[in-house]
Design a protein around this ligand. Structure first.
Ligand code: NAG
Ligand code: NAG
Ligand code: NAG
Ligand code: NAG
Length: 386
């Protein structure tokens, strides 16, 4: 029932606007300015000309590091901002999506008019994310003054950071020549029906210049109650938090957030868990015959320049899958697990595919595996369909 409630909100929140001035359509999200908070959102920016990363950052009024993180570029060096990206490259720009005059949009981009500028050239510079007309209307001007600063409104949506009841971040995409709705869905790893539902398009046709909202599956820190920190992060990207000391990544396998020290050249204190030899992100795995005990030092937020962390103990009958790809600094894992005898219990347990050494051990286990896989795919399908 809750799911339908959310869907209803989603559909009601949508208005499809068609302007006569430009034939493009774009989806906008209505909001209540008095009670809507800003949400994290992304722009898909297709470079109109060759640009350095630092120039793109200035153009949109965002931080170079945040652009690198949103595009999963790591490590960050002193030269990262100088890297030149070619015309037509697609760059993800992280923006804060606000509620202004009853409509979701980003209003943190300020542009300084230069001598040769026209409204059309400014619009082109932003990759068609904003029209000349919109710049005129928002700024209440009909002509440009050299040296003046103007506000560049950019389209974005929040939709409560949900898509089909799963955490999502919305990216704004300007339809290019040769794009179809199918090709856009494939490009962003979403489905045609999701694109149509989100954008309220009756028929599956789009034209160059149309502006779409595309849901990206994301990780959320909501369940962790971090002090002074909350993160919603799209699949496979990362973000820097706690004054660039902590790097949190959204794991593409299971949509969990993994936070470790960033390793950047910034002063960071309290990276070690109190009363433990573990550093944030470390985990210690103790696999006995009866249980897999995991001790982790986890990020908990920050307060006045201090990073908060705590030791978390969990006990499983079999070690969870997601331990494989994390930096287990604490032996004897994973060697011990791979070497362990296959006599551990083949009970059907949460979140685990069997480890390689137990895979071939029995037919019952194979059946169990098939069951787990079936459940997994069912879950995936439900996620896209509901
Ligand atoms: C917006 O929220 C305020 C306060 O909650 C409420 O009084 C008002 O009716 C809402 N307006 C709309 C258009 O929903
Ligand atoms: C998440 O990102 C990874 C790596 O880019 C990709 O292989 C995977 O298909 C993505 N998953 C979803 C559900 O989009
Ligand atoms: C694992 O944890 C359980 C319950 O907390 C405890 O009884 C057991 O002794 C622990 N095993 C190891 C090997 O630490
Ligand atoms: C977690 O386990 C470690 C090692 O077994 C133990 O020293 C510590 O007190 C435990 N911490 C909590 C919060 O249970």
């Amino acid at each position: 029932m809750r799911v339908w409630g959310e869907m209803l909100c989603l559909v009601l929140g949508l208005v499809l606007v068609t302007r006569s001035v430009v034939e493009a359509k774009w989806s906008i999200e209505a909001c209540n300015s008095s009670e809507s908070e800003a949400c994290p959102s992304l722009l898909s920016y297709i470079l109109p000309w060759d640009s350095k990363v630092s120039e793109i950052a200035t153009r949109f009024g965002v931080n170079v590091n945040d652009i690198l993180a949103s595009n999963a570029v790591f490590p960050i060096t002193a030269w990262s901002g100088q890297k030149i990206l070619r015309k037509q490259s697609e760059v993800r720009i992280p923006i804060s999506c606000c509620c202004v005059d009853g409509i979701r949009r980003s209003v943190s981009t300020i542009y300084t008019v230069s001598a040769a500028d026209t409204f059309a050239s400014i619009s082109e510079g932003y990759g068609g994310l904003v029209t000349a007309q919109q710049i005129k209307i928002l700024n209440g001007i009909d002509a440009l003054t050299y040296g003046a600063t103007i506000l560049i409104p950019l389209p974005c949506t929040c939709f409560n950071n949900l898509n089909n009841a799963a955490t999502a971040i919305y990216i704004t995409y300007v339809v290019q020549r040769r794009d179809t709705l199918e090709s856009i869905a494939t490009k962003f790893g979403t489905t045609l029906s999701d694109l149509q539902t989100v954008n309220g398009f009756g028929e599956p046709t789009v034209h160059p210049g149309d502006i779409l909202s595309v849901p990206l599956p994301a990780c959320s820190s909501a369940a962790f109650n971090w002090y002074h920190d909350a993160i919603i992060l799209p699949n496979a990207s990362y973000t820097l938090t706690a004054a660039n000391c902590i790097k949190c990544t959204c794991q593409p396998t299971d949509f969990t957030l993994q936070c470790v020290p960033s390793g950047l050249d910034v002063p960071c204190y309290n990276l070690r868990c109190k009363g433990s030899h573990l550093i944030i992100g470390d985990q210690c795995v103790d696999h006995s015959e009866t249980a897999c005990n995991v001790t982790q030092c986890v990020y908990r937020g920050h307060r006045g320049g201090k990073i908060l962390s705590s030791v978390k103990n969990s006990s499983y009958l079999r070690c969870p899958d997601n331990l494989y790809h994390s930096g287990a600094s604490c032996s004897p894992y994973p060697e011990d697990l791979f070497g362990m005898s296959p006599r551990s219990s083949p009970l059907p347990l949460p979140v685990s595919k069997a480890s390689p050494s137990t895979l071939a051990s029995s037919g019952r286990l194979d059946q169990f595996l098939i069951l787990v896989l079936q459940l997994f795919f069912l879950k995936l399908i439900l996620r896209f369909l509901i």
